[in-house]
Design a protein around this ligand. Structure first.
Ligand SMILES: [Zn+2]
Ligand SMILES: [Zn+2]
Length: 377
């Protein structure tokens, strides 16, 4: 899958650009991880794990310096662990990554967790600790949606409206699940979530049966979400599809995914293109192939025939003596190239049709033709 960055709204955050425009000198990635320039992937992973464990935000709550260093080591690891980025960095340094458009920094700690989720899963147990952080802002989920296009829409670009559905906190009850958001302290446990029961001589504590340990109850469930605290939201998004896009390619719309929670950034929206089959053409990159049906007399004598194009039709000259499978090219009548460099060609592939039925006159003429061929040797 190819991601085309049609980033319309949010420029990538650079963690190293200060508000007044100054830029911090960036340290060497190998130095940050404390590994040799010849370090293997396994060695780097080991070094990163060790540092990430030390600097993990959950272990250093409220420590901004630790968080910055956590971002720094994560960025270094993100680059050196990627073979392509590492090569660019080894050759051209930080500037090479920047001019190559290889984004290396992380905007937030949440981004780091989602990027290295597998590894944090290994180190910190399932879910990776980062995802379980309940109080901090959380980035919204990425959403994926398909967009069905005709071949012409894919060729020349179009505006498409896609419909997204995602869960969001229920508005009328503010996500509490209680009607009008009215929650009261549980009468049975007085908000403790635990109740004490006498068992013989002992006082045993157990989960409150009335509030299931939440400490709060609602007199009535919210009628909108039936007490779930969550509803399905539908949102329509207009997507500008660039001309030349191909089957299976995706557009990324930054910040158009699921909204973040507690002030976190929204996720991204990925729109994947599906192109409906067109019986007239077979697409091959920016070229279109069309089956050109000619009669056997047209094939022998040559002809001018009409062929369909994306915009209508055009005429092509069939040279005398064309053979089945021969190609006649119509330049510039293919698909516009995505990078704006012109259009592909319409390639007409000759298919010679032999009549299945002949009139008496046609048969007579063909017999004469056959005799002529024979006498000409
Ligand atoms: Zn209770
Ligand atoms: Zn509700």
């Amino acid at each position: 899958m190819t991601d085309l960055d049609s980033d319309l709204s949010c420029p990538p955050l650079s963690p190293f650009a200060f508000e007044d425009g100054r830029c911090m000198a960036k340290r060497d990635y190998y130095e940050i991880l404390g590994v040799e320039r010849t370090a293997s992937t396994a060695e780097m992973k080991k070094a990163y794990r060790k540092l990430a464990l030390e600097l993990h935000p959950d272990r250093n709550p409220g420590n901004a310096e630790a968080e910055e260093r956590f971002k720094e080591v994560s960025e270094a690891f993100g680059v050196l662990n990627d073979e392509q980025k590492r090569q660019v960095y080894d050759r051209h340094g930080h500037a090479g990554l920047q001019s190559g458009g290889m984004q290396s920094g992380f905007g937030s700690v949440e981004d780091i967790f989602s990027s290295f989720q597998d590894m944090f899963g290994d180190v910190f147990g399932f879910g990776g600790m980062g995802r379980g952080r309940r109080d901090g802002p959380a980035r919204g989920a990425d959403l994926r949606v398909g967009a069905a296009l005709t071949l012409s829409e894919a060729a020349f670009g179009c505006q498409k409206e896609v419909t997204l559905q995602f869960p969001a906190p229920c508005a009328p009850c503010e996500g509490t699940g209680a009607e009008g958001g009215k929650v009261t302290v549980c009468g049975m446990c007085k908000g403790q979530g635990q109740v004490a029961q006498a068992r013989g001589a002992f006082l045993m504590s157990s989960t409150c049966p009335q509030c299931q340990g939440a400490g709060r109850t609602a007199a009535k469930a919210c009628p909108t979400c039936h007490g779930r605290g969550e509803t399905t939201v539908e949102r329509k998004v207009k997507v500008a599809i660039p001309g030349g896009i191909d089957e299976g390619q995706s557009l990324r719309l930054a910040g158009q995914g699921q909204p973040g929670r507690r002030g976190g950034p929204a996720g991204h929206l990925y729109v994947t293109v599906e192109i409906e089959a067109d019986p007239r053409f077979v697409r091959d990159g920016s070229d279109l192939a069309h089956e050109l049906r000619v009669s056997f007399t047209q094939a022998a004598l040559g002809a001018t025939v009409k062929v369909p194009t994306l915009e209508g039709e055009t005429e092509v000259k069939v040279p005398p003596g064309i053979q089945p499978g021969d190609q006649v090219k119509v330049r510039g009548q293919g698909i516009p190239r995505l990078d704006g460099r012109g259009r592909g060609d319409l390639i007409c592939i000759a298919q010679v049709e032999v009549p299945k039925k002949l009139s008496a006159k046609a048969k007579q003429l063909l017999l004469e033709l056959q005799q002529t061929f024979e006498s000409e040797g």
